[in-house]
Design a protein around this ligand. Structure first.
Ligand code: LIP
Length: 259
């Protein structure tokens, strides 16, 4: 898996440079992608760059990406070429490249790269989590009162249920932010910068890399991949180690088990 990690890190950086070349430019070609969703020329360009690199080095591995789809296989690359596309399209410098490898449906390697901050988060199963090569750890246990979390929002799933969820979180004492990139919010839990992240529904490409980085940083996250999260997606609750139970209870997203 070390070879795949090295390649993922190189492709994330290369994809990040490609995204920066498009960023705030005049050739974004923003187009609708289903209800309340968009895709840009940069998403496609980064997706193609990453897929070409994987096929060159590991032609027998499967690829599942947000923009090109794909099929599940034993060794599967799960790619979000630009996580935070809405931010990217509006010129907001908060987006990430997310690349994971799953074996038998669960992440075993993951990288999340923030091209604007030049921060590369990485992990291989059982080997710890790193930011630009330095070990990271999720925050220690915190009480809900005053804990800073992110509650991700997508217009695809409507405002009413989001308001109900954030109402429960405020009631429980959490302070809430919403910044538009699930992958970056999740790795900020792993780095201890925030104390938790919740979202009602995410896809596997939003979550796969960051979920491994969180567990390798001693944080907690629900068992997203247990009930076919790889192809169906689902809710996400991630938190500092001692905070997971109270955050999951307040969010009340039906995330029964912590991974
Ligand atoms: C986005 C996530 C965000 C979520 C959006 C979308 P994308 O990823 O980062 O948290 O609310 O629905 O899934 O589509 O920009 O890769």
């Amino acid at each position: 898996m070390e070879d795949r990690l090295d390649l993922a890190m190189a492709l994330a950086r290369g994809g990040g440079q490609c995204a920066r070349d498009y960023f705030r430019g005049s050739h974004l070609d923003v187009s609708p992608k289903g209800a309340k969703d968009i895709v840009t020329a940069a998403d496609h360009a980064v997706d193609k760059l990453i897929a070409a690199g994987i096929r060159r080095s590991f032609p027998d591995d499967g690829i599942l990406s947000e923009e090109a789809g794909g099929s599940v296989s034993d060794i599967l690359w799960v790619v979000d070429p630009i996580d935070g596309t809405e931010n990217f399209a509006r010129g907001l410098a908060r987006f990430a490249i997310s690349i994971a490898v799953c074996e038998k449906g669960r992440p075993v390697m993951g990288v999340v790269y923030d091209p604007m901050a030049d921060e590369l988060f990485s992990a291989c199963r059982g080997q710890g989590a790193f930011l630009n090569g330095e070990p990271i750890r999720a925050a220690m246990a915190r009480k809900a009162d005053g804990a800073l979390i992110e509650a991700g929002y997508s217009a695809k799933y409507g405002a009413a249920s989001y308001h109900a969820m954030t109402g429960r979180l405020f009631q429980a004492g959490f302070d809430i932010r919403q910044a538009g990139s699930a992958a970056l919010g999740l790795v900020e839990v792993a780095a201890g910068r925030i104390d938790g992240y919740v979202e009602m529904h995410l896809e596997s490409w939003d979550v796969a890399a960051a979920s491994l980085i969180i567990t390798e940083a001693q944080g907690g996250i629900n068992d997203f991949f247990a009930s076919d999260g790889l192809s169906k997606g689902g809710p996400v609750v991630a938190a500092a180690d001692g905070l997971w139970d109270s955050l999951a209870a307040a969010a009340s997203l039906g995330t029964a088990a912590r991974y």
